[in-house]
Design a protein around this ligand. Structure first.
Ligand SMILES: Cc1cc2nc3c(=O)[nH]c(=O)nc-3n(C[C@H](O)[C@H](O)[C@H](O)COP(=O)(O)O)c2cc1C
Ligand SMILES: C=C(O[C@@H]1CC(C(=O)O)=C[C@@H](OP(=O)(O)O)[C@H]1O)C(=O)O
Length: 393
């Protein structure tokens, strides 16, 4: 089994659950390793009132003993503190009194197609699961992937480089990923940060909301993860799938992304050079991915998030109980969540890379995984030493 996970839980239900498969035995893992990222996901300018209620922390329910993984599935639970306020509407048991049904679908949400598909007459049955509260469980799973990758020197960071019309250069943001003030908008440039905050405030004042763009950078990834031989194995495609699956993502780019289309080839490829006998690249426009494989450069993936759909200036809809024109249902919401989405993006990238590491190096346990990793990276080092010695100084 390779690294894989699934989640369960409704936004205002008892809790969020992550079930992670394929983690080798013998990885040092404590709750704090995962809780750090859960706290990062909760921070940021523009988050809604819910984050003041919750303090997301996991309980391990299986798969970990005395600080080490057992090789068995790892189950984690994050209890929703807010459930105490929603028990009448969200209890798994039949209610004493039927709660009022929500019948005003919000444009931009799963509401309308979800009701049609699952044959519901109360859109709470849809919105509770389609809420990005589910990303709590993804970040918990990602925390384990990140811990596994850290054993091999892989570090993953992110930066927000656009909020609405306010942006900084994506490449500059990627180079400074992880250096932002996490309580703000996760943008590494303090001047742009102030403009982004003003932009969020202006949208909120207009009873509207904003999206933006973020970039995730994974450093220390060995070359040769993923493969060119089968479409399913291509790592760029697997990363795009994982990042696109985050709520509200409308586009994913690898490296220069859409920027390649308007440039000549010599402005897009990364030349292969010799530096002190080592193979190096002149640039990293490809975002560390060529032919569906990592090439040893940092993996750079960015994504565009649409604006929050639930807005005070409620959009037009139709009441599904009467088929009368109406205004969309309004519920407490974030006014901007790009900074939180960036942490979820880091987690999804970590999960895909951990999966690709286990695919390449296997390993029921950390000793065998380390040995396979050392043998491969050692071979590449030895080849470079043997052939490159004295060249390209
Ligand atoms: C971290 C995060 C927080 C979000 N918070 C909200 C929110 O408070 N209110 C809202 O309407 N949408 C919020 N969204 C966006 C919705 O979850 C998203 O628009 C919805 O799931 C439909 O997404 P889709 O069009 O990509 O399928 C959030 C998304 C993320 C990633
Ligand atoms: C509404 C959505 O999710 C948001 C994400 C979220 C969280 O913890 O990230 C918690 C939710 O809490 P509440 O609905 O209680 O305010 C929302 O703030 C959505 O994505 O549609």
């Amino acid at each position: 089994m390779r690294f894989d996970f699934s989640t369960a839980g409704e936004s205002h239900g008892p809790g969020e659950v992550a079930l992670v498969h394929g983690v080798p035995a013998g990885l040092g893992l404590v709750a704090g390793d995962v809780n750090r990222d859960l706290a990062r996901r909760q921070r940021g300018y523009g988050r809604g009132g819910r984050q003041k209620i919750e303090k997301d922390e996991i309980e391990f329910l299986g798969g970990v003993r005395h600080g080490y993984t057992l090789g068995s599935p790892i189950a984690m639970l994050v209890r929703n503190k807010d459930y105490a306020n929603w028990e009448d509407r969200m209890s798994p048991e039949p209610p004493e009194k039927e709660p009022k049904k929500v019948t005003l679908p919000r444009p931009g949400h799963a509401d309308l197609p979800g009701m049609q598909k699952y044959h519901f007459d109360d859109l709470r049955n849809v919105l509770e699961r389609s809420s990005a509260r589910e990303t709590t469980a993804r970040v918990a799973a990602g925390g384990i992937a990140r811990k596994l990758l850290a054993e091999f020197g892989v570090e993953i960071n992110s930066a927000v480089y656009r909020i609405g019309a306010v942006a900084m250069d994506k490449e500059a943001a990627a180079l400074a990923a992880g250096k932002a003030d996490e309580s703000e908008v996760r943008c590494p440039d303090p001047e742009v940060t102030e403009k982004m905050k003003a932009e969020i405030d202006a949208a909120r004042y207009a009873r509207d909301a904003l999206g933006g763009e973020f970039v995730v950078v994974a450093e220390g990834v060995p070359p040769g993860l993923g493969s060119y031989v089968d479409w399913r194995d291509k790592l760029d495609a697997r990363l795009a799938h994982a990042v696109m699956s985050i709520n509200a993502m409308k586009g994913v780019e690898v490296g220069m992304g859409f920027g390649v289309a308007s440039r000549r080839s010599s402005e897009v490829q990364d030349e292969i050079l010799l530096e002190n006998g080592e193979l190096v690249r002149s640039s990293n426009r490809a975002g560390g991915l060529e032919g569906g494989m990592t090439n040893g450069e940092p993996v750079v993936v960015s994504a565009a998030m649409k604006p929050i759909s639930t807005i005070a200036k409620a959009l037009r809809t139709v009441d599904l109980s009467t088929y009368e024109p109406a205004r969309a249902f309004k519920e407490r919401a974030d006014s901007c969540a790009v900074m939180a989405a960036a942490v979820v993006g880091e987690s999804m990238v970590a999960i895909v890379l951990a999966d690709a590491m286990l695919e390449k190096f296997g390993g029921d346990n950390m000793t065998d995984l380390r040995a396979a990793y050392e043998a491969y990276t050692g071979r590449l080092r030895d080849e470079a030493r043997a052939k490159g010695a004295g060249n390209g100084a």
